[in-house]
Design a protein around this ligand. Structure first.
Ligand SMILES: Nc1nc2c(c(=O)[nH]1)N[C@H]1C(S)=C(S)[C@@H](COP(=O)(O)O)O[C@H]1N2
Ligand SMILES: [Mo]
Length: 160
């Protein structure tokens, strides 16, 4: 698919590659217009992770959600249970695909995340440039920073 933005793979019944327009046509009850209402400082529109999961149907043995950003080789793998009903995927701003500057084309976001490296579900897990979401039975590859120094180095690299 030419304009596929987001691939969902792993332990799902219906693996899919979703385009911008397919994300936009996910049922209205899963769409969030103006994420600033629930994510202060963030802009654009999102679809609930639950809406995407409804399409692909995770298998019962899927316990972890791995977020892959090939663009800058950043990956996080988090327990599915904790985020399946609250995480959102920001994919649109001003009617257009979310720009890379804003973390697009797809940015994973947990509205009530913990501070960086204080919890398995932390701000660092709000992965930008997500191209693949993979469902697995065990925790997958995760290269989030472990401590303040690694964190500072990552952010310094992001500025460049
Ligand atoms: N692809 C990608 N996503 C990423 C990162 C990154 O380096 N690459 N950094 C993470 C970290 S450590 C944090 S704290 C947040 C920062 O989000 P912000 O740039 O919107 O403030 O993005 C997370 N998502
Ligand atoms: Mo972070």
């Amino acid at each position: 698919m030419k304009d596929a933005m987001l691939r969902i793979a792993g332990l799902v019944n219906h693996a899919r590659a979703l385009s911008f327009s397919e994300l936009a046509t996910i049922d209205a009850r899963h769409q969030i217009l103006d994420v600033s209402r629930i994510a202060p400082g963030k802009r654009g529109d999102a679809v609930k992770l639950a809406g995407v999961l409804e399409l692909v149907q995770p298998k019962p043995e899927a316990k972890y959600l791995s977020l892959h950003a090939t663009a800058d080789n950043f990956h996080a793998s988090i327990p599915l249970d904790v985020v399946k009903d609250k995480a959102i995927l920001i994919y649109r701003e001003g009617g257009q695909p979310l720009t890379a500057k804003a973390g697009g084309p797809v940015r994973f976001f947990i509205p009530d995340h913990h501070a960086c490296h204080t919890d398995e579900i932390d701000e660092c897990a709000n992965v930008k440039f997500v191209d693949t979401i993979e469902l697995t039975a065990e925790k997958g590859f995760d290269n989030r920073p472990h401590d303040e120094q690694e964190h500072a180095e990552l952010h310094a690299k992001e500025q460049r």
